[in-house]
Design a protein around this ligand. Sequence first.
Ligand code: PEP
Ligand code: MN
Length: 358
Amino acid sequence: MLIVMKSDATESQIQVVVKKIESIGLKAHPSHGTNRTVIGIIGNLEPVDQTPFIDLPGVAECVRVTKPYKLVGRELKQDKTVIRIGKAEIGGDETAIIAGVCAVESYEQTMLTARIVAEAGGRWFRGGAFKPRTSPYAFQGLGEEGLKILSEVRDRFGLGIVTEAVDEAALDLCEKYADVIQIGTRNMQNFSLLKRAGQARKPILLKRGMSATLEEFLLAAEYIMAEGNYQVILCERGVRTFGNHARFTPDLSIIPLAQHLSHLPIIFDPSHSTGRRETVIPMARAGVAAGADGLLVDVHPYPELALCDGPQALFFDSLRKMVDEVRAIDRIVRGYRALSLEQVEGYCLPQGLPTPIY
Ligand code: PEP
Ligand code: MN
């Protein structure tokens, strides 16, 4: 259930409701929107009785949540979540570019790439220090040494650092060095790792499981939020289908649907979804046209020598090209989104029809 507070409810009235929820053994999640505060109740197996809450001062109404994901959904929070680290944003006014190496292989490879990302106007750098590899004999990442190199990228280039935690021990380390902690596709339903991510003090970038439905994806995000970490970014990275012309099949239709159901930002990874360099830029353009809040892209100074995912890594000059192209698309798409409903109605509605329900 959600308890919607009146727009002039005071902080002490909100606290009375929170205490009341906790007194019956449940958890309260207040969400402060621009106009009003909504308090989510979670932890109940049976429907919660609204009687103790409805007459409390400052309470406007009690609303049943219809979706299994309560904190992730738009019912609790209508305003979009924006993740901010310094000047870097995900979910804000422009498409976030998160580019970098698949794996941190060496100091030189990482610094060379970071310089190009910064020069191309990216504000975020990606790089794996812990790699989830299909083969146990493949390069597994430099571990903490890689995280130290990433920290230096932040200091030298002012880029926000995104890096993957493959297990709880790695998450402890990533929390120390990174700005955003990634949970990969193979771990989307690793529930103990999701709970640990929910206790982290850093935003979490959650990749969609390669065969996860939208509901499973949103419920994985709910695991993180239910532990108290509200800073979650969703990432579409392709799903398994019968098609074998690409590594995975990008499922761009999930972007507008996730945005409709959830206030969380959703970004798109064109690199891991197709696994082929020649498809990365066209799919990046398509992702931005579909409304993605950002792109996560692999780049490498010498892709043919890469220890991980070389065939999908962009060359340096193509990263600049990609950024130019997606910025152009971004301006058009955001222009459409900014059109007010009155403008749209005034333009296309014939006279005499009832106002459509939005
Ligand atoms: C990655 O981003 O480096 C990665 C391993 O991605 P995914 O979990 O989507 O395969
Ligand atoms: Mn990779």
